[in-house]
Design a protein around this ligand. Sequence first.
Ligand code: HEC
Ligand code: HEC
Length: 140
Amino acid sequence: MLPILAALALTLTVSPALAGENERVPPVTHAATLKECGECHMAFQPALLPAESWSRIMDGLRDHFGDDAGLPDDVAADIRAYLVGHAGRGDGRLMRITEQRWFEREHRFRDDVRKNPDIRSKANCEACHRDAARGRYEDD
Ligand code: HEC
Ligand code: HEC
C-alpha cells in the first residue's frame, strides 16, 4: 500500500471533504438513512457516491440489487435529499461504490473474495474496515 497515493486518489476522486482530518469519510448523521439504509447492509456514507448515483438508487428501490427496498414516498424523499446533498464525486452512471474507479484502484481483490465466508461481498466494507460505519477506512 502506498499511503500517499491512496490519500491523493481519495482527495481527488471521492470528495473534497475527505481531504480533511485523516481522510475520514464524514459519517452518516441522518436518522432515517441510518435506519432504512442500514437494515440489510451498513448505511453507506453519502460521500462514497456522486449525486446522480444516489438519485438512480433512490429511483429504483423496489428493485434494489435484487431486493425490494421500497419506502414510503416521504421517507424516500427525505433520504434522497440527504444523500444527494452530501454526495461525493465519481461516475454517476454507476450505482455501485464497488464499481467506482477510486474503489477499484484502492482494492485489488482476488477473484475469490466473494467466496470467502467472512467477506461474501466487496460491498461488505465492515468485513475489512472495522470502523467503516464511522467513516474510517484508513490503516486497516
Ligand atoms: C432489503 C434490504 C436492503 C435495504 C433496505 C437497502 N439495501 Fe442497499 N443493497 C441491498 C443488497 C442486497 C445490495 C447488494 C449487495 C452486494 O452486492 O453485496 C445492496 C447494495 C447497495 C449499494 C451498492 C453497494 C456496492 O456494491 O457498492 C448501495 C449504494 C446501496 N445498497 C444503498 C442503499 C440505500 C441508499 C438504501 C436505503 C434507501 C439501501 N441500500 C437499503 C439490500 C438492501
Ligand atoms: C476484502 C477487504 C475489503 C473490503 C470488503 C473493503 N475494503 Fe476498503 N480497503 C481494503 C484494503 C486492504 C485497503 C488498502 C489498505 C488501507 O489503506 O487501509 C482499503 C482501502 C480503502 C480506502 C482507502 C483508505 C485510505 O486511507 O487510503 C477506502 C476509502 C475504502 N477502502 C473504502 C471501502 C468501502 C467504502 C468498502 C465497502 C463498499 C470497502 N472499502 C470494502 C480492504 C477492503
